[in-house]
Design a protein around this ligand. Sequence first.
Ligand code: G4P
Length: 525
Amino acid sequence: MSRPLSDDHRPRRTFAIISHPDAGKSTLTEALVLHAQVITEAGAVHGKAGRSGTVSDWMQMERDRGISITSAALQFEYADHVVNMVDTPGHADFSEDTYRVLSAVDSAVMLVDAAKGLEPQTLKLFRVCALRGIPVITVINKWDRPGLDPLELMDGIEKQIGLRPTPLTWPVGIAGDFRGVLDRRSGEFIRYLRTAGGSTRAPEQHLPAEQAAAEEGEAWTTAQEEHELLSADGADHDQQRFLDGATTPVLFASALLNFGVAQILERLLELAPPPHATPTEAGGVREVDEPFSAFVFKVQSGMDSAHRDRLAYARVCSGVFERGMVVKHASTGRPFATKYAQAVFGRERSSVETALPGDIIGLVNANALRVGDTIHDGPAVRFPAIPTFAPEHFMSVRAKESGRYKQFRRGIEQLDQEGVVQVLRSTVRGDQNPVLAAVGPMQFEVVAARMETEFNAPVTMDSLSYTIARRTRAEDADVLRGVRQIEVLERADGAHIVLFPDKWRAHTVVRDHPDILIEELPAST
Ligand code: G4P
């Protein structure tokens, strides 16, 4: 097998695509990889057959080891760079997972459907990027289909996200009649040429403005006028403002026809920031050239029935990772051997020999590692915990068959560690009947399916009528345990969580107990 790209010291770009289901993320992923000539035939990366985003498909995909669920990152080379594309789970209810994934990237591509504009899931994810200071490049997709007016689209985006869109290209031809784009920097026309089924790299022609005017007539004149309008309105790209999170560069594309894909990759390399110093828990930073450090942003098990192992995905923050090195697990202080580190590429897993800042490594047999953990070499370092979001849905869970309690316990513990759901326990309920807390109800379906198929412990769940979770201190928990209509439980990280039926009850409890600390958990919206 050829040398994994991680062993290569070229500059890195590590990004994720954020989008609403159906905006074209899978199609664009294929197109980007295809364009980068790593995989020569569209469809080789994603098995798309029968994909409709339902739970069963999700489980099936996991079984098939389809990339959008099971592998954390795709790595390819382009124009003398190594590009790491971190995958975000597609379904709205996996958003908590997605938030964590976004802690592993340096930039994001926000994919917008030309006919729909910004959709709710995209907006949610954008907010996480904004919160984390991740610069966002916007791609308007499906321009080959009838859609909104481009200027209206820009207005809509600006109103919704508060960032100034600064188009780098501007479409020539209305949505549904996509002829190419006006490159706003060079002023030339990039004409896209259709290929049969869009299955090969779409050829493009670069034409000077005069020729474009002669050949494209009114479509060119309109694009030209709108481009001038944008400039007059101050909507030109400014690198510093982009990095500061004040603007978002915009590109127009049709992932399906491979139109505009080259521009996406080129601008990503040119504008998106390279891996940079990572803030530490102690308030300092770990520079990229300091000794090795990485943090775990995703833990997954049951990926491959042949290897019932647990894989922890970590993003390298500093130094050079070399397979076999024994690193330190910051939260336990114990050594961690990395003999089985892997790079994950499409459906293949291969051993990774070295990895650089920005790269994603998969650590096998990583039973001790949890989401948010730091591993390092050299001077001790700990990266801040990845925030978990306030759950809004609660279920009590128990094993259907009492004889399967051992399997039940193991499964629940595993899913808790993976962060599929939060598991809350109390002495009142006992270990046999914990509470599952989720941001979205779909997380429960995943638990039920995995408990049955993977851990051989079918479960029964009962919906609880709580809607709000808050955090309290250990010393206050005892007082609150006596209060009507609420419940106090403990999370695996030791946090004391109070569940309230609604915000009014939360309000009265806070009012009646002024000396007790009841704090909000970070919200997902
Ligand atoms: P997702 O991962 O974001 O959920 O979206 P996905 O790529 O699966 O795309 C959703 C649908 O939109 C697919 O159609 C896909 O072919 C289509 N699509 C994606 N990009 C473009 C584009 O640039 N132009 C046009 N016209 N369509 C696009 P589908 O009918 O659901 O699936 P399929 O049967 O075509 O595979």
